[in-house]
Structure formats: C-alpha cells, structure tokens
Design a protein around this ligand. Structure first.
Ligand code: NDP
Length: 303
C-alpha cells in the first residue's frame, strides 16, 4: 500500500479532476485532427434528481470539449417514440455515446430501451452484450460507477492481485459489475447481499470492501478488518441534528481509525461516476473508429 498509511482519505474529487484532465487532453488532440466525440443525453419526464444529474453530465461534457446533445422528452412520451429517437442516435455519426437517464416513466420498458442502444455507443455499459463482454473479460464499455471505483482502488492500493474483495450489494448497476471488474483484476471476490448469512463476519474477511447498499451507516467499525481499504458507494440522505445531510453505507467516523483508506460521502465515488462517463465516451469513440477501420480493411485472402 502506498501513501495511504499517512493519507487515509481516498479523495474522489481530486482523482476525478485528474481523470477529466486526461480526457480533456485526449479530446483536444482529436479536435486538432478535426474530429470531436459527441455524447447524447436523453431525459424523459421531469424527475427533479434526474434533471440535476443530466445538467451536471452536460456541463462536464462541455468542460472537457465533448459535444453534448440533450434530448428532453415529456413524461407522456410513448415507448415507440423513444425507440425511434435511439435508432436515429445509433445512426448519427456525430453521436459516439448515448446515455438514457434512469429511471424512465413506469409505462416504458427500461430493459427494452437499454437494449436498443448500440453496444458501441452504450456509455453506461448496461447493454447485455457489454454485460456479457465484461463477464468474459473482453474490452467493452463497463458501468461508470464501478469503473470509477476501480480507478480509486488502483490509485489507493497499487497492486490488487490476490486481495480479498467483498462487495456488499448485487445490483446490475453497481454490485455485479464491480465484482466482475475486481475478478478481472485478479482479486478473490465475495459478493454479499440482503440474504447473506452473518454479514459482519463475511465483511471482516475483506482487504477491500465495496459498499453499495443504500442503507445509511449499515457497516460499522466492527465489520471491518483492520487495515482494509473501503470504497463507499452509498448515497443516503438523512436528517441529523436538525439538518439534512448525505452519508454513506459505512459509518465513516467509526471506520476511519482502523482502515488503511476510505472514500468520504460526499466527495468519494460520486465525482468518479461522472468522470468515467466522459472516459467511456472517449472509449466509445475509439471502439467505433476501430470498428469502422475493420469494416474498411479488405479481407487479405479469399473468404
Ligand atoms: P440497489 O437498491 O439496486 O441494490 C442494493 C443492494 O444492496 C441489493 O443487492 C440488496 O440486496 C443489497 N442490500 C440491501 N439491504 C441490505 C442489507 N441490509 N444487507 C446486505 N445487503 C443489502 O442499489 P444500487 O446498487 O443502485 O445503489 C446502492 C447505493 O449506491 C445507493 O445508496 C445509491 O444511491 C448509491 N449509488 C451511488 C452512485 C454514485 O455515483 N456514487 C451510483 C449508483 C448508486 P438484494 O439484492 O438481496 O435485495
């Protein structure tokens, strides 16, 4: 473990800023050659939290030089209309990434919509082809939050090989892809969930603990192995001491004295998610360029 013995806080804000600088430089280089990655963000309805997320994503894209295209549709939009828009975006050569902001209104089949996004433009990494590719260890677009967590872990721990990672939570968005990425990094991985027996004992085995549950301060100090590295994905709003505040799934103050490193909430995983959306847009651009080159390359022998 590197500098963590002295610096226990894993600073997601600072790490995200470094990721965004990398993306900005690469986008700048592409623009010098006359091309520009484009990200289409689709929002259906007026959900207040979704509006904020979309605004932040568009802002961040503009900051790093990615062309952003916003599509705001009314809550009553029919599924067929949304699918037609996605079909157009799939064909649009100026669009390299497509993000459909979730949740969608109840009358729309989320799975059907996510499957309609071209796997090469699926910057959220939710298409079955990308989910399968991740499970097979292929280079595909992977979900932004777990990808951001992996970057934090690599910076905090250096080598991940052989470490025992415990992932608390098994959602398709965080827990499952997180476990797959840790496995790909040669960790020994245990996934635990609401039906697991003796969660504290399972968590105490973790050299790396990733909490993605959505329960404020579920994980106390007595669930943690001394010297563990903790990534807290949870974002929970609670009322405390007469004010509203955000806390993670881990009891941060109790955990701090005994861990080697821990992400704060806010300022940990959150900023990494949006930074990795930008990184995924660049990766989507590169994958599409590669696919176009392969289409153009003539077959070397009669086939
Ligand atoms: P989900 O609700 O989809 O999944 C929660 C998981 O936690 C489920 O697998 C569930 O188990 C498990 N779980 C629930 N209660 C317990 C318990 N008492 N003990 C053990 N496991 C339990 O949530 P998400 O994965 O989407 O999100 C998790 C958290 O991360 C939320 O707070 C969310 O806001 C946050 N988040 C943060 C992001 C960021 O950018 N920082 C991005 C995405 C999410 P089971 O499957 O058995 O029901």
């Amino acid at each position: 473990m590197n500098a963590l013995s002295s610096v226990k806080l894993i600073d997601g804000k600072a790490c995200a800023a470094r990721v965004l600088v990398e993306v900005r430089e690469q986008v700048h280089a592409l623009r010098e050659h006359g091309t520009q990655p484009g990200l289409a963000v689709v929002l259906v309805g007026t959900d207040a939290a979704s509006q904020v997320y979309v605004r932040n994503k568009v802002l961040r894209a503009n900051e790093v030089g990615i062309r952003s295209l916003e599509h705001r549709l009314p809550a009553a939009t029919r599924q067929t209309e949304l699918l037609s828009l996605i079909a157009r975006l799939n064909e649009d050569p100026q669009v390299h990434g497509i993000l459909v902001q979730l949740p969608l209104p109840a009358h729309i089949d989320e799975h059907r919509v996510l499957q309609a996004v071209s796997p090469l433009k699926d910057v959220d990494g939710f298409h079955s082809e990308n989910v399968g590719g991740l499970a097979q260890g292929r280079e595909v677009l992977t979900p932004c939050t777990p990808s951001g967590c992996m970057r934090l872990l690599r910076e905090a721990c250096g080598e991940l090989r052989g470490k025992h990672a415990v992932v608390v939570g098994r959602s398709n968005i965080v827990g499952k892809p997180m476990a797959a990425l840790l496995l790909q990094a040669d960790c020994t991985v245990t996934t635990v969930h609401s039906r697991s027996r003796d969660l504290p004992a399972l968590c105490r085995q973790a050299d790396i603990l990733v909490a993605a549950v959505g329960k404020p301060r579920l994980i106390g100090a007595d669930w943690l192995k001394p010297g563990a590295v903790v990534i807290d994905v949870g974002i929970n709003r609670i009322d405390e001491d007469g004010r509203s505040r955000l806390v993670g799934d881990v009891d941060f103050a109790a955990a701090l004295p005994q861990v080697a490193g821990i992400t704060p909430v806010p300022g940990g995983v959150g900023p990494m998610t949006i930074a990795y959306l930008m990184k995924n847009t660049l990766l989507a651009f590169a994958l599409q360029q590669q696919a176009t080159r392969q289409e153009r390359t003539p077959c070397p022998s009669p086939c």
